[in-house]
Ligand binder design. Sequence first.
Ligand SMILES: Nc1ncnc2c1ncn2[C@@H]1O[C@H](COP(=O)(O)OP(=O)(O)OP(=O)(O)O)[C@@H](O)[C@H]1O
Length: 325
Amino acid sequence: MGSEYAIEAEGLRRTYRTRTGWLKPRRSEVEAVRGIDLTVRRGELFGLLGPNGAGKTTTIKMLNTLLIPTAGTARICGFDVVTRTREVRRRIGYVFGGDRGLYDRLSGLDNLRYFAELYGVPPHQQKSAIAELLDLVGLTGREHERVEGYSRGMRQRLHIARGLLHDPDVLFLDEPSIGVDPVAARELRRTVGNLAANGTTVLLTTHYMAEADELCDRIAVIADGRLQALGTPAELRSHADGRRVVEVEAYGVPDSAIAALRGLPGVRETAVEERGTLQLLTVQSDAHLDVQGDVLRELAGVRLGRVASREPTLEDAYVAIVNAA
Ligand SMILES: Nc1ncnc2c1ncn2[C@@H]1O[C@H](COP(=O)(O)OP(=O)(O)OP(=O)(O)O)[C@@H](O)[C@H]1O
């Protein structure tokens, strides 16, 4: 009980063994997580960030007892996730992004009542616990409506309330804002912020650096199954110190032009974000070099929108960390 840490992981690894092919099945191994060490203090809001396939979900599933590690150990509130599963499960909640797991035909309130029964919340506590949670996630006043009429953001907040019914010490939030529009995502961030203020330890995975920046006390960046960086948002931002960013909106940039940008003198990173028909190019360079002219020369003939030169953000630092992996 007495552990000062909510989450501890040492040398955590997970290898998946898969069979591919039908006629001539071949066995292959995927090293999804390759030795992760981290500690999360009680009450901390901790972000796990990484590109697709980095190993975030696999890490969370080992921490919340859904997957057995191939090697290494992990503890939740001092209890080993493999040998003390029952104690661990009593102390954790798990909320994953997306729409599954709620009863559409029931109201938000009836969903919570149902799950409260299922999780064994004592009957005399249910009413007050549910009222408190509805308030925490900002659904008071909408609880009698059927979930089928809820927006994605509201569903996600109801999911969070569900995950908190048994008053866990640690809440795992896997991609909570996936598919949620920006306004609803802001509401969701407020809810997550409230959780930490209430003393719940939160481990959040997200693809959105801005979200992690706003919410998290500390962030771990994982890529390729390994921890690439760990620190406060300010500490992570320092990975892009001494750099400047040119941002260009473009339409239909050929791969060859992107490769050429990467090869320009002084250019440290390039990233392309697809936004419908628009591509947002970010080119990081050494701050003392002005590469904007060179960048535009390489993009000659491509239809361009806005072009801007700016200071690096945490997102740029993240790109630098992940590209270095
Ligand atoms: N059940 C499985 N069997 C085989 N390989 C798997 C399995 N689950 C995940 N993987 C592989 O393990 C690696 C890590 O996956 P994981 O889902 O943990 O990443 P992630 O960081 O959560 O990614 P995303 O952001 O896309 O959800 C990937 O290469 C993935 O293809």
